[in-house]
Design a protein around this ligand. Structure first.
Ligand code: NDP
Length: 254
């Protein structure tokens, strides 16, 4: 099921990590809402970016603009986003979705994996928010949605750095909401549980069964269900919700 939010039409929204998985579904869903979808891609992936532009326009996007940056490269990010603002005006919505996981038990954890996880998932989200914050102050109804994870709330053996980065996003969310609330800039986090993506497809049948047994709804979520929640939070339909952390996990956390 898909809800339509009229005010997303023409809204300039940046989705990070939209080339695959959940981010791609969010970008597609925003295109169906008629938004101006902005998405980043990494150097060398111009082919994927061009294919996405055509796809998003075909779905109904007012416009679709790729911006080249890695979320761990702040200078590149700033250059690309400043160039976008010069040509198209301020970005009014942000979905901090780009993320990685390099899972390892604490005894085997490598420092470079910890650094890469925190740099991408947490520092990346903080820096994109920082670079866009001046524009948010000039936008009428800016909204930021951070894609955290249920693991950031529950913890998980073998995911120390990932869980810490996702818990950090909850702190980022609450702080940005407090700092910019008076300027009508909202910021919320969502915590997906297991979502059907390439990652869950690759799980062995018995591992899937064991995960499913812990989910009251006995199924994984769909990327469309995540996109529906993101659209709601980006839209003015959620105009008095800020600093909130919403779980979307079929009851896993209960
Ligand atoms: P994928 O691995 O399918 O996609 C990750 C995306 O992030 C890709 O587009 C990738 O780009 C991009 N990305 C990764 N690192 C960087 C970087 N340094 N700079 C720019 N872009 C980058 O992930 P999912 O769709 O599974 O997950 C999306 C988000 O949702 C993540 O933050 C994840 O932690 C979170 N999440 C996922 C859950 C799930 O069940 N899948 C559950 C809970 C949370 P590229 O194509 O260039 O690699």
């Amino acid at each position: 099921m898909k809800a339509q939010f009229e005010d997303l039409k023409g809204k300039k929204v940046l989705v990070t990590g939209a080339t695959r998985g959940i981010g791609r579904a969010i970008a597609k869903s925003l295109a169906e809402q008629g938004a101006h979808v902005v998405f980043n891609y990494r150097e060398g992936k111009e082919g994927v970016a061009n294919e996405m532009v055509e796809h998003l326009k075909g779905l109904g996007a007012t416009n679709a603009t790729p911006v080249m940056f890695d979320v761990t490269n702040t200078a590149q990010m700033k250059d690309s986003l400043d160039a976008f603002a010069k040509e198209h005006g301020v970005i009014e919505g942000l979905v901090n979705n780009a993320g990685i996981s390099r899972d390892q038990l604490v005894l085997r954890m490598k420092e470079e994996d910890v650094a890469a996880t925190i740099d991408t998932n947490l520092k990346g989200a903080i820096m994109v928010s920082q670079v866009l914050s001046r524009g948010f102050l000039r936008a009428e109804n800016a909204s930021v949605v951070n894609i955290s994870s249920i693991v950031g709330l529950m913890g998980n053996a073998g995911q120390i750095a990932y869980a810490a980065s996702k818990a950090g996003m909850v702190g980022l969310t609450k702080s940005l909401a407090k700092e910019l609330g008076a300027k009508n800039v909202r910021c919320n986090a969502i915590c997906p549980g297991f979502i059907d993506t390439d990652m869950t497809d690759a799980l062995k049948e018995e591992t899937k069964e064991s995960y499913l047994s812990g989910i009251p709804m006995k199924r994984f979520g769909s990327t469309q269900e995540v996109a529906n929640l993101v659209n709601f939070l980006l839209s003015n339909a959620s105009s008095y919700i800020t600093g909130e952390t919403i779980k979307i996990d079929g009851g896993l956390y209960i």
